[in-house]
Design a protein around this ligand. Structure first.
Ligand code: TRP
Ligand code: ZN
Length: 888
């Protein structure tokens, strides 16, 4: 067990730093077997340091060899300082002084992909959250802001391109075929935003003229083989820059903005000042190799990282408990950007669907934490959907409560007041309070209380009084360390539809409110009385998903059909379809348990039929919305809402229902499929990707029917496709609809696909993923086989996610197989990865931590696997924290 293992950091222990670093001057000399780092730090005592903070200087540092240390030019003797664990302590320093430090590190041996490391032939860095301390001794905390100059030296032939943050101020040749480049970043920043890249890279260059007329150079650096995949990201970057000017009044500050694509990366991308580093899968794309989904993801991540320049870099976090200050706000910003670029309704549905399956599950599990956590062992474990996605919902609620003008006034003041500072979520909320005059006192509980609030609603119509009373009761289940919850302040946007689906104009407390009202739920239970309601209405609840809650209402199936047909709000409409399907699935689960014949309520068929007819009849309809209306609740969502997950029941029933709908509506599905087909050249536009998403959704229904004629259709689509979206969808239709009759075709096309794309890493990742994630029982042998394939590499996170992750997260029937082989497999992989890349090991572990949701037999097998991991030697703090907390 490592010394740092099991140590908990608490928000309540926060102390301002005892020392500050005004200037950081780095010289990084890269060699094949080692890297030498020289750091010169201009430091002084922090005037705001708490009086009880000691006089000693404590620097963070890990995994390196200290070669020389001087203070004000005087080399320190061994007894002037101590190195222990991850700190270096100098016992006496003056009020103002210069530290110089020489260290030796071995990036070529660094498989954690944190700090300085090698990705293929390129050197690169990842410093968030605490990676800078693996490069040199430093005050590696976000509230220490410094200016940086960085001189990089390396072999010129191997590493012709040398990059760091800010502006290139000098470069030239050195002896022995080496060269150097010096970069200066004029903006003070915390160490987590530092970046360095050295490699044999080429760039696609362009420029952007800001709102004030300044020209900014834009450069995307890639290996030469990927030069044909940069155009889309470049366009997305320009759209992001324009959008941030128009919507937030934020202009880019440096004269250059660079993006570098790397193949080995733990996360999606990183917002280093002026030098964003991206996982190649989140930046490289062209129509031949990338799906519509990939384009969409790239646009949102390019936006996300760019938006961090203000929300994160110019205004940063005081400490890592404030992580959601930058991440929640920036996710909110990127999701609004995506909504403005494409279909707002569909974007919202996709965000909500992710939040409800993944974040709600996290909030109900052993790692549940609030948007501003109180403690952590390993900060890397807190880059979670709660910090990111729930954090974004909490910002969204504030934006909605204030309205567009006041929210803009609030963000203007926030950027103004806190520019160049490291602040807290409290600073954000109080700014919103200040500009609006609203009291957000109770609202702040969204930051401090974990768990997903549950709203139980009921309605009663009084024909005599012409009133409709909506009763809402709120509660929040206990989460680790927090058994009792205070009521939340919850904005619930609602409307009423009459029996013909027409919106009812709303009257409440004698006032008229139009067709839409935000109810302010603050008490454990409240009644909301609508007046002048002429007939029994159907409520449209939680429009726009106005708060991240679980809401239930005893809807009759006919009411859900009415909402599906007439409701204007995209989320409510989609949710009605999900609820209707859910009720039918519950019927089927019941019959399955009782051993009765499975009978499907015909109303679901009718509802799907009218959706398909809509797609055929109305040329202007949003086809992506239609595609979403035709998707049954996912297995992951069905598992999330179940008290105890019946893995096999869910899979069997959902598959049965999918095929049943395909049989009943075969001709309609076919008609929609044919109407969607197009021979036009590929373009990635909202309309065209919507068309393809509907086409491929119905193709998947057709492929579920055991019919040669449909397999031929799938083959035809595969062969004729002029883009990756359509060809990979055809392959997935075969993989996810296994049948003896199509097995040969599946194997043939999978082999053909690999043959054709084997030299395109990102395509190979998709090829691996679709096979690992295939929703078929007994898929583990296939996964084991893929791990032996030459394309697999356990040191590459994308490959690990495509094969191991896809299997454990997306293939419930196989992963949860009752013989425990899935759990054993994951435990083995986590133990191996713990020694290679703890961040990836820890993330992969998630499915095992949810053991409480399963039946006795699975529970004990899952716990057994967790205990085996816990007993493994040299457990990283990352894995230790997740395993130990989930066994509690
Ligand atoms: N700040 C990055 C983002 O959200 C996240 C990130 C990138 C990260 N790489 C990381 C977090 C490594 C932890 C570890 O945009
Ligand atoms: Zn981010």
């Amino acid at each position: 067990m490592k010394e740092s293992q099991g140590k908990t950091v608490y928000l309540r222990d926060y102390q301002p730093p005892a020392y500050l670093i005004d200037e950081t001057h780095l010289v990084v000399r890269l060699f094949e077997d080692r890297t030498l780092v020289h750091a010169r730090l201009a430091m002084r005592r922090n005037p705001d340091a708490s009086p009880e903070s000691g006089r000693e200087l404590v620097l963070n540092g890990a995994n390196m060899e200290l070669q020389k240390l001087t203070v004000d030019g005087r080399e320190l003797a061994a007894n002037d300082y101590t190195v222990s664990g991850e700190t270096l302590t100098v016992s006496k320093v003056p009020d103002k002084f210069t530290v110089e430090c020489d260290t030796l590190i071995k990036p070529q041996e660094n498989s954690t992909l944190e700090g300085l490391y090698k990705s293929r032939r390129m050197f690169c860095t990842q410093c968030e959250a605490e990676g800078f301390r693996k490069i040199t001794y430093y005050l590696d905390r976000p509230d220490v802001l410094s200016s940086f100059t960085t001189r990089i030296e390396a072999d010129k032939a191997k590493y012709p391109v040398l990059l760091s943050n800010g502006n290139n101020i000098d470069s030239g040749d050195l002896e022995d075929g080496r060269h150097f480049a010096t970069w200066e970043d004029p903006f003070k920043k915390p160490s987590y935003l530092f970046a360095l890249v050295a490699g044999d890279l080429e760039s696609v260059d362009s420029s952007f003229t800001t709102c004030s007329g300044r020209e900014v150079q834009l450069r995307i650096f890639v290996e030469s083989k990927d030069l044909d995949k940069c155009d889309f990201a470049m366009g997305a970057l320009k759209r992001s820059m324009r959008w941030d000017e128009e919507v937030y009044g934020r202009e880019y500050d440096l004269d250059i903005f660079m993006i570098v694509a790397v193949d080995d990366f733990n996360m999606g991308a990183m917002e280093n000042k002026g030098l964003n580093i991206f996982n190649s899968s989140c930046v490289l794309a062209n129509p031949a190799t990338s799906t519509d989904q990939a384009f969409q993801r790239i646009e949102s991540i390019v936006g996300h990282e760019y938006f961090h320049n203000w929300s994160g870099n110019r205004v940063t976090c005081r400490d890592w408990f404030q992580l959601s200050l930058k991440e929640g706000f920036t996710v909110y910003r990127d999701s609004e950007f995506s909504a403005d670029m494409g279909s707002r309704a569909v974007n919202r549905i996709e965000d909500v669907s992710m939040l409800r399956t993944v974040q709600f599950a996290e909030d109900a599990g052993p790692m549940a934490h609030s948007v501003r956590p109180e403690s952590y062992m390993e900060i890397s474990n807190f880059y979670t959907v709660t910090i990111y996605e729930k954090g974004a919902e909490v910002v969204r609620m504030q934006a909605n409560l204030l309205g567009p003008e006041l929210f803009r006034k609030g963000t203007d003041r926030y950027f103004d007041n806190f520019d160049g500072m490291a602040v807290t979520t409290e600073d954000f909320v109080s700014t919103m309070e200040e500009v609006s005059g609203l009291d957000l006192g109770q609202f702040r509980r969204w930051y401090s209380q974990a768990g997903t609030p549950k709203l139980e609603c009921s309605g009663s119509y009084d024909a005599g009084a012409q009133t409709f009373t909506l009763t809402i009761r709120q509660s929040c289940p206990p989460t680790p360390g927090h058994p009792e919850k205070d009521p939340f302040y919850i904005p619930v946007r609602v409307g009423l539809l009459d029996e013909y689906g027409k919106p009812v104009s709303l009257h409440m407390a004698g006032r008229e409110h139009g067709e839409d009202i935000v109810l302010h739920l603050a008490e454990p239970s409240q009644d909301f009385v609508f007046e002048k309601v002429a007939s029994r209405p159907v409520p449209a609840l939680l429009r726009g998903f106005s708060a991240p809650v679980r809401l239930s209402y005893p809807f009759a199936r006919d009411d859900l059909m009415l909402l599906m047909q007439f409701e204007k709000d995209g989320f409510v409409r989609w949710e009605a379809a999900q609820q209707l399907a859910l009720q039918v699935i519950n019927d089927l689960m019941d019959s399955r348990q009782k051993g009765n014949k499975k009978e499907v309520d015909q109303r679901l068929v009718t509802a799907y039929e009218s959706v398909l007819e809509l797609a055929l009849g109305d040329a202007g309809i949003d086809k992506a919305m239609v595609a979403h209306l035709l998707l049954l609740p996912t297995e992951a969502y069905l598992a999330e809402i179940a008290a105890e997950v019946d893995v096999d029941g869910i899979h069997e029933v959902r598959e049965f229902l999918r095929r049943f709908l395909a049989e009943q509506l075969e001709m309609k599905f076919l008609a929609v499929y044919e109407a969607c087909l197009s021979g036009a050249d590929y373009v990635y536009t909202a309309d065209e990707s919507a068309r393809r998403s509907l086409q491929n959704t119905v193709l998947n229904y057709l492929a579920s029917l055991d019919k040669p004629e449909h397999w031929q259709r799938v083959r035809q689509q595969y062969e004729r496709a002029n883009n990756m979206t359509d060809s990979s969808a055809a392959l997935r239709a075969l993989v996810n609809n296994p049948s003896a009759g199509s097995a040969m075709m599946r194997d043939e096309l999978l082999a053909h696909f690999y043959e054709k794309w084997q030299h395109e890493t990102l395509v190979v990742e998709q090829w691996l993923l679709m096979q690992s994630a295939a929703m078929v029982p007994d898929n583990l042998p296939q996964v084991v086989k893929l791990m032996a394939h030459p394309a697999f590499d356990i040191r590459n996170p994308n490959k690990v996610r495509s094969v191991i992750g896809a299997f454990c997260f997306n293939n419930a029937v196989s992963f949860h197989k009752l013989d425990g082989t899935g759990y054993e497999f994951l435990a083995d992989q986590v133990i191996t990865l713990n020694g290679i890349n703890p961040q990836i090991a820890s993330r992969l572990l998630t499915p095992l931590t949810r053991w409480k949701k399963y039946g006795q037999e699975r529970q004990s097998l899952m716990q057994q696997a967790l205990r085996r991991i816990l007993a493994a030697p040299d457990l990283s703090p990352d894995v230790y924290e997740v395993v130990s907390k989930s066994l509690n």
